[in-house]
Write a protein that binds this ligand. Structure first.
Ligand SMILES: Cc1cc2nc3c(=O)[nH]c(=O)nc-3n(C[C@H](O)[C@H](O)[C@H](O)COP(=O)(O)OP(=O)(O)OC[C@H]3O[C@@H](n4cnc5c(N)ncnc54)[C@H](O)[C@@H]3O)c2cc1C
Length: 764
């Protein structure tokens, strides 16, 4: 067993943000991009540059996880990943993970008498050591015979070799000059070399008996470091690619203005972000001594799977977006491509870790079925914000589980208000209708993070979200831009459930380009007279009121001549026509305005300022739309259908499932990141569009596999399709998933936002 104990790589030094910033600064100035050094080392045989290695040691980085009393820096996992990422960004070719992370960890607590000196020599860079993590080596009386592979380093002074049967291996120290040892070179894509060892009765020095837990723990840490190095590599691949997109001109403009390239760059950026979020999650898990081995392994596999998968996408995008120059050795990006091709498969490639992650997470679903405590007292709505996040979650969970009508759980479509009246009445009685409104306006006064927890608990239970437009749009809009009279008039009936609002924005000729809307509102005395037509107005047939945008100044620039108006839906001249959707439901409507007289006091804000008002309400709502809960529920349905169809053990199904499972884990990690930003009171930027894209597209792919899994029954609709000997719902998820990529700003529009506002690419 590791002298550190199996899970002691937490913060052995107080790791403030400043300490980490300092480490990052040192690592950045140490590891600069030096393409000529990288090429020279490669062309010179790809061995370790010993001078550079000593400098790494002088920085304390070879013992970053090793406690101070053993001669290490004792800095913990986060510091390790900070350094590894910077080395990755610099294209650093030395085997930092193999010889600088893995080897020292495997030497700690060794049983032989010289163990301490050996470790000291490794930490000060005098001895370079590799570890063959794969192979088949037998041991008889300390003599080793067999092969050991993937050491990640050639020209080492010694190797650590695992011998024995899988599950009960022992670790041995073998010097490079040992009799009976043959070292063969395996050339990696980036020109570095790995040693393959053939042992023929080699005399090995016993380091550890019962080494399996130690190996597992060291590999988990090394995989996380490797993931960090890959993320750093991607940072630079992306930087070089974006630079090129901005500078290279074709057809008279920068190629970065072409939408096809923008979207490809955005998708590459998204993958890097997901890998980074998985890395952060792994750092959290591995820094937490209470986490069990399964959780640690899963977190490391998730980080490595994400990084290796993302690197594959970045490699292709980087070369493609550069054109021919990206395929040359002369240009720098090629070095990063080759480094990524080298690092991605080392210590398990994306497929291997995707598979492992799915296997390790089998028990996870059961673990998540925590039961709420029904006896928990529910404080008054206004007092909820004072609870801790965890207490608040427990209160909400208990209340939902005790009171949500079971028949309405996991409704296959959006419920009409009268269908969920019992639940709405409950929310009204609790004072839980408007989580985000301030208490003085009758809301719960919850901070952004608690609002998210509130909705998460609903989604976890499959409860309908009572997030009707009055609550999430009209109320907040009026609080920002309305008059006192408007607040007094419109807010109370939203809280009592008397008013239900629908949103009249889209028109047949104004979808993504909403500002080109044509519905006219002409001022006549103290009224506006409205003529025009709205479309895709969700639940308009059941709404009591509509808020809408209309053109009040046709001469102004298109965004500037629009006003924001409110009207009861039964105002004379308004006609609603439901539109049947392809799933057979009547959620969407057309709304016709024919000489509709809207009193001037129903104008929100100033005339012609409606566009700004409509755009001002994004905020943390944009996080909720990227919640992983729909995808998590989709996976659950998929598992049910696969069991019913008897294909849950089928290799094709399992491979596809494992990928989707991984992607849901990554979505969860990315979502967590934004929640943390809210918790810290940070502004959420336009990059949050990533969540919408990933959440909706992942859900769509899950829904697609659900259909495929049902075989011939995949085309049957209803909640009780016969699959095998079970009744399951096959198509509902797919129908739900289709419009998700359209509404709320289509995914193409979101990619456009990221391309220009986040990646800084030129507008097309
Ligand atoms: C289920 C559902 C509920 C809805 N509820 C409401 C509601 O309550 N109230 C309301 O006002 N509206 C609602 N909408 C409408 C929704 O906001 C629009 O569908 C959306 O803005 C897209 O407009 P469109 O359908 O006209 O598609 P278009 O804008 O015509 O787009 C068609 C395709 O072209 C792509 N595209 C368009 N412009 C670009 C571009 N510049 N670059 C790249 N690709 C582009 C789009 O992404 C899409 O794939 C709802 C829609 C759906 C599906």
């Amino acid at each position: 067993m590791n002298a550190l104990g199996p899970k002691d790589h937490s913060m052995t030094l107080a790791q403030t943000d400043e300490t980490l910033d300092l480490i990052a600064d040192v690592a950045s100035s140490f590891a600069r991009r030096e393409p000529s050094r990288v090429r020279a080392l490669r062309d010179d045989g790809g061995h370790v540059d010993r001078q550079m290695w000593t400098r790494l040691a002088d920085n304390g980085w070879l013992g970053i996880l090793i406690p101070g009393d053993l001669g290490g820096a004792g800095l913990g996992v986060e510091a390790l990943t900070v350094v590894a990422r910077r080395l990755g960004a610099a294209g650093f070719p030395e085997p930092f993970v193999a010889a600088g992370v893995l080897a020292p960890l495997l030497l700690v607590g060794a049983v032989d008498g010289d163990a301490e000196t050996r470790l000291t020599d490794v930490l000060d860079g005098t001895t370079v050591v590799g570890f063959g993590h794969a192979g088949d080596v037998a041991e008889v009386d300390g003599r080793l015979t067999g092969t050991s592979r993937f050491t990640g380093v050639e020209g080492a002074d010694a190797y650590i070799v695992a011998a024995g049967s899988p599950g009960s291996r022992r670790l041995f120290w073998v010097t490079a000059s040992a009799a009976g040892l043959t070292v063969e070179t395996e050339l990696a894509a980036d020109g570095t070399r790995s040693a393959m060892l053939t042992l023929d009765g080699v005399d090995g020095l016993l380091l550890h008996t019962d080494a399996e837990p130690l190996i597992a723990d060291a590999l988990a840490l090394a995989r996380v470091a490797l993931a960090a190095e890959l993320v750093g590599n991607m940072d630079t691949m992306l930087e070089l690619t974006l630079e090129h997109l901005g500078q290279r001109r074709q057809f008279g403009r920068p190629i970065g203005a072409f939408q096809a390239l923008q979207h490809r760059a955005v998708d590459a950026w998204i993958q890097r972000e997901l890998a980074d979020a998985a890395l952060e999650a792994a750092v959290r898990t591995l820094s937490e001594p209470s986490k069990d081995d399964r959780a640690r392994d899963a977190a490391a596999s998730s980080a490595k799977a994400a990084a290796a998968h993302a690197a594959g996408i970045l490699v292709k995008a980087a070369v493609q977006l550069h054109g021919a120059i990206g395929y040359t050795d002369e240009y720098e990006v090629g070095l990063y491509v080759n480094r990524a091709l080298t690092l991605a498969p080392y210590l398990g490639n994306a497929d291997e870790h995707t598979r492992r992650l799915a296997e390790l997470s089998v028990a996870e679903a059961a673990a998540q079925q925590r039961v709420a405590d029904p006896s928990l007292a529910v404080p008054a709505a206004a007092e909820l914000d004072a609870l801790s996040d965890e207490e608040f979650r427990r209160v909400v969970r208990a209340d939902i589980e005790a009171n949500y009508p079971p028949a309405l759980r996991y409704a296959p479509r959006r419920l009409f208000w009268d269908e969920q009246q019992e639940w709405i009445d409950h929310l009204i009685a609790r004072g839980w209708v408007a989580p985000g409104w301030p208490v003085e306006h009758g809301g719960m006064g919850l901070g952004p993070l608690k609002q998210i927890i509130f909705w998460e608990e609903h989604e976890r239970w499959g409860a309908a979200l009572y997030r009707e437009h009055g609550v999430v749009q009209v109320g907040p809009m009026l609080m920002k831009h309305g008059t006192t009279e408007q607040l007094d008039r419109w807010l109370p009936p939203i809280l009592t459930g008397e008013h239900h609002w629908c949103q009249g924005y889209s028109e047949s000729e104004a979808g993504s380009d909403l500002a080109s809307l044509r519905t006219r509102a002409v001022r006549e005395g103290d009224h506006y007279v409205v003529d025009g037509q709205k479309i895709w107005t969700t639940l308009a047939q059941a709404a009591t009121h509509i808020y809408f945008l209309a053109r009040t100044d046709p001469a102004a620039k298109k965004q500037q001549g629009i006003s924001f108006l409110l009207a009861p839906i039964d105002t004379p001249g308004i006609t609603v026509r439901p539109i049947r959707d392809i799933a057979g439901h009547d959620e969407l409507c057309e709304v016709f305005f024919d000489g509709v007289r809207v009193p001037v006091e129903n104008l929100v804000g100033a005339e012609n300022h409606g566009w700004t008002i409509a755009k001002s309400l994004l905020g943390h709502e944009r996080i909720t739309i990227g919640s992983p809960s729909a995808a998590e529920y989709g996976l659950e349905v998929l598992r049910r259908v696969s069991r019913a169809a008897g294909v849950d053990g089928d290799s094709v199904f399992r491979a596809r499932y494992a990928v989707l499972h991984r992607d849901v884990v990554l979505l969860r990690d990315a979502y967590h990141r934004y929640k943390e930003m809210l918790a810290r009171g940070q502004e959420i930027g336009p990059d949050v569009s990533l969540l919408k894209i990933v959440a909706t597209e992942t859900f769509q792919r899950i829904a697609e596999l659900t259909i495929d899994t049902a075989g011939d029954a995949g085309g049957f609709v209803g909640a009780d399709v016969q699959v095998g000997d079970a009744s399951v719902d096959v198509l509902t998820s797919f129908y739900r998933s289709l419009p998700m990529t359209i509404y709320g700003g289509s995914n193409e529009i979101q990619r456009g936002i990221i391309a220009t506002a986040v990646l800084g690419l030129p507008r097309g």
